[in-house]
Design a protein around this ligand. Structure first.
Ligand SMILES: [Zn+2]
Length: 717
């Protein structure tokens, strides 16, 4: 990668450098002829002029006006609103898809300490005059999505982050959590609360309380709401504990779409439904429990940000918790709109964002929804001016993401065959802006394209080139982890876990995915303080990052949509794959498992990728790139990502079929999942089988790329 020349965001000048992919000359975009590149720059420049800060702010105000969790009338109203607006903007085939899924809402929640002193937890967040929305009477108390219902009275044990090693330490101290209620803290960096719940369930706990310690997202980090971006004393992180790392989507229709009237499994057979009773707490409500605990002093790493001694507890503090949930089957709505492709209508670039929020959803997800509406407005404008994309653009507003990635999963299962045949890529935006730090994510084959595109934008606050800003950000992060400075391949995060709507596309259907967001100090996640006021005061005053994200997101979609040959970079994919194997190899003795066949497979895949790049370059230089000539090649390129799928899926969770990508139960990224899990468990027979699956996938793809290079040579001869 060469140092990037500075340029304006708008303007579309011929000086815009080419993307980094494919080693294209400076005047040619990857996947385009010279002539096509010039036309594409004009189209993208026209698109980038549309997204506006003011309009993003207006959308955002509308979406954040009321709480809108999945399954509520307000969220369904927003679905109809988006559908109407998309029609006005000029989108085609606007449809509301209805899925009947298990929704979740609290009927009654309470928590009372009965010994050694009485304390009744409020389970409520306090209003502040500075932000009138915080006085909205429709804000719910704290609750956990898809918690089991029940009433328990038991002693409380402090179990730190609630991970397996925390229970091991408790056992060492002679503390058993069976039948007790565990008090655990949310952890930063993020670890999925559903994993804490499953772990507590496995340990035999009767209930789980998850609280926000000020060390993680409160006053220990900086100024708190309404004076700063961090969580105030009563803020509550809501959230679901669905075991969607086993199978996401509606728990009652695992693996098939929950269309009205679909077959459902009984709840007691649903693998992703928690059996444990849970509640989230603010530190204000957790503190009386923590300061009355008995038992040994907790270790240093377990001490939190409150000015008390954290103890392990186990006897003295007893609480009564009551959770009565309304977990009933009801409709979720996915809004879909399109712009049909002019030349290759059966190749789809899909853009999606979830609509449902725990409360107002200032950052999560309404910032993303506002950005999406500016993308669709821009695409509508292009269409009005006669610029119909070559491939089809599909836009989706998902529902129920917060409950179990529900809407996207059901839609993906609904259209699985069609998606496997037609989807080029899925471009996800959950939250678009919580601050100025760009956090791009992509599968290895799309990372260079995304990096190249990033270089065409400037950070609106500093005027600095966005790729340069990203580089220093990554450099800083790597320094903190004592890693060497980033190379070009380290700028885009290619290690993709779960926790958002890309999951069904990547892990179940083998569709290449990209994720975009701007991050920053954000201590009000899933609380009612995550709203319009927070965004205007702290997250993105001026909505510059919202609009920037729209420009980037739409440009990426257009770049993929109009390319003569799809600009996947397979040699880059091979390099990332090699580093995944290197990492795995650190924990493996050679006599236990021989990784050399996998390395050989990667080498062959990389070499075939280089040959394809060569023929692509020749084809694009010749300029003989008529659609019918290249159509078979474009179509078959889509098979590469599909080839990573293994029909049997991962051992123990067959819904997850990708052999390179999955997520741990914590949602953390997990590369080469089948192989890695076998190695970590020391199951060498299974590791050998998983290795063979991977070798076959690599061979299929090396062969496919070789064939494509031949076909392409024939096509432009
Ligand atoms: Zn979200």
């Amino acid at each position: 990668m060469r140092p990037a020349p500075r340029r304006l965001v708008l303007g579309g000048s011929a000086l815009l450098a080419a993307t980094l992919a494919g080693g294209s000359p400076a005047d040619r975009l990857a996947g385009y002829t010279a002539e096509g590149s010039a036309a594409q720059r004009r189209i993208e420049a026209a698109f980038r002029r549309v997204p506006s800060e003011e309009r993003a702010r207006e959308w955002h105000r509308y979406f954040t006006r009321e709480p809108h969790p999945a399954g509520t009338e307000r969220n369904n109203e927003l679905a109809r609103y988006i559908a109407d607006e998309w029609k006005k903007q000029g989108l085609e085939d606007v449809t509301l898809h209805r899925y009947d899924v298990l929704n979740t809402a609290p009927k009654e929640v309470s928590l009372e300490m009965v010994a050694p002193v009485r304390y009744r937890a409020s389970l409520r967040e306090e209003p502040y005059g500075a932000d009138p929305d915080t006085a909205n009477p429709r804000v719910s108390p704290g609750y956990i999505g898809l918690s089991a219902s029940g009433e328990i009275e038991a002693a409380v044990v402090y179990a730190h982050s609630g991970n397996p090693e925390d229970y091991a330490l408790l056992r060492k101290n002679g503390i058993d959590v069976k039948g007790k209620i565990v008090l655990v803290r949310y952890s930063n960096p993020y670890s999925y609360r559903g994993f804490k719940a499953l772990t507590a369930e496995r340990e035999g706990a009767a209930g789980i309380l998850i609280y926000s310690d000020p060390a993680e997202d409160g006053f220990k980090r900086g100024k708190v709401f309404p004076d700063g971006p961090w969580g105030p004393e009563s803020h509550i992180q809501r959230g679901a504990i669905t075991y969607d790392f086993i199978v996401p989507g509606d728990p009652l229709t695992p693996g098939w779409p929950s269309l009205p009237g679909a077959k459902r499994v009984p709840p007691e057979e649903a693998r992703s439904l928690p059996r444990i009773v849970g509640l989230p707490l603010s530190w204000k409500d957790a503190k009386p429990l923590l300061e009355n605990m008995d038992g040994p002093l907790a270790p240093k790493e377990w001490q939190g940000g409150l000015p008390i001694d954290y103890r392990l507890g186990g006897e003295r503090v007893r609480v009564r918790m009551k959770v009565a949930m309304d977990n009933l089957v009801g409709p979720n709505y996915v809004v879909e709109g399109r712009i049909r492709g002019a030349e290759l209508p059966d190749e789809w670039i899909i853009l999606g964002n979830h609509r449902d929020a725990w409360e107002f959803g200032g950052v999560d997800p309404s910032s993303g929804t506002a950005s999406l509406m500016e993308v669709t407005r821009g695409m509508g404008e292009l269409l009005r001016h006669g610029d119909r994309p070559r491939r089809t653009l599909v836009f989706c507003s998902w529902d129920g993401e917060e409950v179990g990635l529900t809407g996207s999963t059901e839609w993906g299962e609904n259209f699985a065959d069609e998606l496997k045949a037609k989807a080029v890529a899925y471009l996800n935006v959950d939250s678009s802006a919580a601050g100025p730090d760009f956090e791009p994510q992509a599968v290895g084959s799309l990372a260079p394209l995304l990096a190249g595109l990033t270089r065409e934008f400037d950070d609106p606050a500093t005027g600095r080139n966005l790729l340069a800003a990203l580089r220093s950000q990554v450099e800083k992060k790597r320094k903190e982890e004592s890693l060497p400075p980033p190379g070009d391949d380290d700028l885009i995060d290619v290690r993709i876990g779960s926790g958002s709507d890309h999951t069904v596309f990547l892990n179940h259907l083998g569709v290449p995915t990209v994720g975009l967001s701007f991050d920053g100090p954000y201590g009000v996640y899933h609380s009612m303080y995550d709203g319009f006021f927070w965004m205007n005061r702290f997250g993105d005053p001026g909505y510059r990052y919202h609009a920037l994200l729209s420009r980037l997101w739409g440009s990426l979609a257009l770049r993929l949509s109009n390319a003569a040959l799809l600009p996947f970079d397979f040699p880059a994919y091979a390099r990332h794959l090699r580093s995944f194997v290197d990492e795995l190899g650190k924990g493996v003795e050679r006599r236990r498992l021989d990784l050399s066949p996998i390395y050989a497979g990667i080498d062959a895949f990389e070499a075939a990728g280089r040959r394809l790049d060569e023929t692509t370059r020749r084809a694009l230089q010749s300029g003989r790139v008529e659609t019918p000539r290249l159509a078979p090649v474009n179509r078959r390129i889509l098979e590469v990502e599909r080839n990573w799928l293994d029909a049997d899926g991962l051992p123990g969770r067959p819904w997850f079929k990708h052999t390179l990508y999955s997520a741990r139960y914590t949602y953390a990224h997990l590369e080469l999942p089948g192989l890695t899990e076998a190695v970590e468990e020391g199951d060498w027979a299974r590791a050998a089988r998983q290795s063979a699956i991977l070798e076959r996938a690599l061979a299929r793809n090396a062969e496919l790329l070789t064939e494509l290079a031949h076909d392409l040579d024939d096509a432009h001869r």
